[in-house]
Design a protein around this ligand. Structure first.
Ligand SMILES: Cc1cc2nc3c(=O)[nH]c(=O)nc-3n(C[C@H](O)[C@H](O)[C@H](O)COP(=O)(O)OP(=O)(O)OC[C@H]3O[C@@H](n4cnc5c(N)ncnc54)[C@H](O)[C@@H]3O)c2cc1C
Length: 420
């Protein structure tokens, strides 16, 4: 089948299409029938799966690739998250991969020729206890050594950057903040769509509505996946399915140290621009940014038990809203429009897994938990390197599965407070 290309998007393309009543646009990505064999099959068309495919093509020239998705692309956590992007992590391997991702985000719209609406508006993580003050100052020192620009800011500067904040706080006054000026947000589904379009333009197959129901192996080597649309053979298989990672691993006959829990978000009615920074209040636990449409985008906490309902429990909504009302009293008069959840894949050290597995030819990319949207380009870059070469490059080396056996954790649970 010839490759269907979407054409280059530009102001000239818009003008040209306007002459023809916009009837001439081709589809952004093709919807091909699956073939019975590919060199690489990637399960999961979220941001990480699609970015893996994109960098396999771009960096390694491997385009005999299918990305297989049980629902619609970006319909998992990639289209459900609160889009916070930052790279102010404590440990060196984390700072390296998250900052690689941030650098790629800075140029992603140009690279993909698709507007992902990256908005480096700045991000503050509030310190509201002495413990947090010490923790965030330590992170600033670590980031300085890693070459990641972050700074400690005093409460007055927090108030200057976020006039709607209550720095007195009824329970926890704001004692300062960890500020990353390069942090911000991007449009989550545009990230998935942009990568999907670029993959499709390279001749890769992005196949939606195609659940993987089984994995065939022989002599310790992957052979094929069984899907709702038939058997698909492959030389290499990448499992990039976030909250469903343990289920896919079980199909292949191994176990992963992953717990799957719901994480929730809420969005308010749109209001006039009132906050042009992302604020995370980790002690009271809630975080907020304003979308381009004017909605306040609010993130909450994870349920404390494993579940696969993309909903989450009610008490988190109450706790999150309570936390944010004390931090931003003006939002008490806002109506909330929508609430939803996603199934996040948590590891014990709150760091991801990019790794070969006990089955030859199968690789996993998971464990991004509550904070993997920001990592998508860096993760895809590192995962492509792992799949193409069969061994991790410098960005993925610390995130192998063997770290759990050998006790070499990359502990981000304390550093990040919450890891969004
Ligand atoms: C409410 C919420 C808020 C968040 N906020 C942030 C944030 O502010 N910043 C941040 O950096 N991160 C955040 N995250 C985390 C972030 O969304 C995830 O880490 C990231 O999107 C994971 O991307 P992914 O591509 O690995 O997974 P997903 O986007 O979930 O993609 C996996 C795909 O695999 C598919 N799949 C599963 N099983 C099968 C199967 N058997 N066959 C075929 N396909 C299958 C799913 O349908 C899904 O589309 C948040 C998450 C949630 C839920």
């Amino acid at each position: 089948m010839p490759i269907q290309r979407s054409g280059r998007y530009s102001i000239f393309a818009i003008a040209r299409q306007a002459m023809g009543q916009h009837q001439g646009w081709t589809r952004a990505w093709a919807s091909p029938e699956p073939r019975d064999r590919y060199k690489v099959v990637i399960v999961g068309a979220g941001g990480h799966g699609l970015a893996t495919a994109y960098y396999l093509g771009k960096n390694f020239g491997i385009t005999d690739v299918a990305v297989i998705e049980k629902g619609w692309l970006g319909g998992g956590n990639t289209g459900r998250n609160t889009t916070i992007i930052r790279s102010n992590y404590l440990q060196d391997p984390s700072a390296a991969i998250y900052d690689k991702a941030l650098k790629l985000y800075e140029n992603l719209s140009q690279d993909l020729n698709y507007n992902v609406m990256f908005s480096p508006r700045g991000l503050i993580m509030l310190a509201q206890t002495e413990h947090e003050v010490r923790g965030y100052k330590r992170t600033v020192y670590a980031n300085t050594l890693q070459g990641v620009a972050t700074e400690w800011i005093e409460p007055e500067r927090v108030k200057q950057l976020v006039p709607i904040i209550n720095i007195e706080g009824p329970r926890y006054p704001v004692l300062g903040g960890l500020y990353q000026a390069r942090g911000g947000t991007a449009r989550h589904d545009a990230v998935a769509w942009g990568y999907a379009r670029a993959c499709s333009d390279m001749g890769m197959h992005v196949i939606q509505n195609c659940e993987v129901t089984g994995i065939e192996t022989a002599n310790g080597q992957v052979q094929a996946v069984n899907t709702a649309r038939g058997r698909i053979a492959c030389d290499k298989l990448a499992l990039v399915v976030a909250g469903h990672s343990s289920q896919l691993a079980e199909m292949a006959g191994f176990r992963l140290p992953i717990e799957s829990v719901p994480l929730q978000a809420i969005v308010s009615e749109p209001i006039k621009p009132c906050m042009d920074v992302v604020v995370m209040a980790n002690t009271v636990h809630g975080y907020m940014s304003q979308s381009d449409k004017g909605e306040m985008v609010i993130g909450g906490g994870t349920d404390s038990y494993n579940a696969f309902t993309q909903r989450g429990s009610w008490h988190h909504i109450e706790e999150t809203v309570r936390a944010l009302i004390e931090t931003f009293p003006m939002i008490s008069r806002l109506k909330m429009l929508r609430q939803w959840g996603g199934i996040v894949d948590m590891t014990g050290d709150r760091s991801p897994i990019l790794s070969a597995t006990p089955v030859g030819g199968i690789f996993v990319n998971c464990g991004w938990g509550t904070g993997g949207f920001k990592a998508i380009p860096g993760s895809g870059w590192a995962m492509a390197e792992l799949v193409a070469n069969g061994r991790p490059g410098p960005l993925a080396a610390a995130f192998g599965l063997n770290r759990f056996r050998e006790g070499r954790f990359v502990d981000e649970s304390v550093a990040a407070g919450v890891a969004h």
